[in-house]
Structure formats: C-alpha cells, structure tokens
Design a binder for this molecule. Structure first.
Ligand SMILES: [Zn+2]
Ligand SMILES: [Zn+2]
Length: 268
C-alpha cells in the first residue's frame, strides 16, 4: 500500500447532532462542525495495482453520507459492532452491487456476525429475495486482506484491533499507519501493541462526563497519549460538545473530528 485517504463520513453519537427536538446551544449552532451524522468512515487505500475502497460501518445516514462525500466504490465493509447506529444502513449498499454484480465482503467478529444474521437474516442467511443487496459475511479474529471488486489484483491488509464497549467485544481496525476505534471504553495491552507506530488515530471520545460504554475526553486523551500517534481525532461526540470550545482545550496533537474531515497517511 503506497498511501491512504480516510474521510470521516459521520462523527456523532447514536442520535446524531442536532438531536431531534433539542434547542440547546450545540444543536442550534451555526458551526457546521457541530452537525454530526452517525459514525462511519470511507477509506481509499492506494496499491501499485489500483485503489481498494473500504467502508467502516453502515449506519442510518449511509445514503446521504455516500452522496455527500462521493463514496463511489466499495470493495469491503468493516463492522465494528452491531449497535443500530453502526449497521442499520446496510441496505444502502445495494447500488454498489449494480456493477459489478459480485457480492461485497463484510468483515465482523463473531458476536457482530451472529447479530447481523439475526437482525438482517434476509440478507445474511437467506439471500434469495430478488434485487437484494449481495453481501458475504466473514467472521474474523485476526488480520485479513481485502481485494478489488473492480478488476485489479491489488489488496490491502486489515488488522482488527479488539476492544471493549461496555460488556461487548468490538473491533477497531488498523490499515497501514491509520487506525479507527469507535465505541470503546477499554483498550487491552494486546491492542496497544497492535497500535504501535500508528500515525493517525481515530478514537471514541463521547463527552466530558463519564459513560458506561464510551471513553470520556480525559480517558480518550490518556489512550491517545499512550499510542502517541502524530495526530489523534475524537469521534462519536454528543450534543454536549461545542466543537470550537472543546477543541481549543485538547492537548497538542489531539483534536475533535468533524463530518467530512479527510486525512492522508503515507504507506509503510
Ligand atoms: Zn455508536
Ligand atoms: Zn455502540
């Protein structure tokens, strides 16, 4: 892989920001960085043979995110976990099966795969309904590679980074020197090792006050400082977070992400 471009398609918590019916300062802010769709990312990794296009999670905003940020091709989908705000847009992958008509590989840990088969059995178990989105589900517990659906022989290696989200096992993902961990409140020693030498880290940072399943900014900052990436960006923020105000308080090298933020990372 020679280089990688990552676009953050959404950086908000499960309700999105603004929250329906809320008139707080953040929900009525005119700063576009305070407008947060549900978390998802689009990664285009360049190989010598051609680009590989990956989507991380398919939340409820996937369609408008794909249109807004030009998600033109998908070679594979990486699932972090099976909460609503990370999976429910799965049907919006359908247009990527119009051409080529091959199925899209989806990668998930056992718990997420089991849940997807339950909630979306018509896709992941039956799959015979006409015109259905064609997805192939792969349970993963170690590094795997994703090839192209668009006719070249390039591929990228993805390293799952296990973490905890309350009592749930979730996955972060590392691709080259880029890593993405949403919906986490604990990172194991093994996973810190997997994050060594990452240049750009995307990390869950929900808000300032404690939460049972997400990092606060203080907790996320401690993790970020230990990983010591060149740049860290927090995602999954609630409507208690005014971008301009909070971002100014974060230590050097750590910032709040915002929808549409695009990051470039050189290859290994
Ligand atoms: Zn979430
Ligand atoms: Zn979650």
């Amino acid at each position: 892989m020679s280089s990688l471009r990552a676009t953050l398609l959404g950086t908000g918590t499960s309700t999105g920001v603004p929250v329906i019916g809320c008139s707080c300062t953040v929900c009525t802010s005119e700063d576009p960085r305070d407008n947060r769709l549900r978390c998802s990312a689009y990664i285009v990794a360049e190989t010598d043979e051609g680009p590989i296009h990956l989507v991380i999670d398919t939340g409820p905003d996937l369609r408008q995110q794909a249109l807004r940020y030009g998600v033109e091709k998908v070679d594979g989908v990486l699932y972090t976990h099976h909460h609503f705000d990370h999976i429910v847009g799965v049907d919006d992958l359908r247009p990527y099966c119009f051409s080529p008509r091959t199925s899209i590989p989806c990668y998930a840990n056992e718990e997420t795969a089991d849940s997807l088969r339950g909630t979306h059995g018509y896709i992941f178990k039956d799959g015979t309904y006409p015109g259905i989105v064609k997805l192939s589900l792969h349970e993963i517990d170690g590094p795997f590679s994703v090839g192209s659906r668009y006719g070249h022989n390039g591929s990228v290696t993805v390293i799952p980074v296990p973490a905890r989200h309350g009592d749930m096992d979730v996955l972060g993902f590392r691709i080259g020197r880029f890593a993405y961990l949403t919906d986490v409140n604990a990172v194991t020693e093994e996973s810190f090792a997997l994050l060594a030498d990452v240049e750009v880290l995307i990390l869950d940072g929900l808000r300032e006050t404690p939460h049972q399943t997400h990092f606060t900014f203080a907790e996320a900052t401690a993790v970020a400082q230990r990983v010591a990436a060149r740049e860290t960006y927090f995602i999954h923020m609630t409507h208690t977070v005014l971008h301009a105000e909070m971002n100014a308080q974060l230590p050097e090298g750590i910032q709040l992400a915002y929808d549409g933020l695009t990051l470039y990372v050189e290859g290994e």
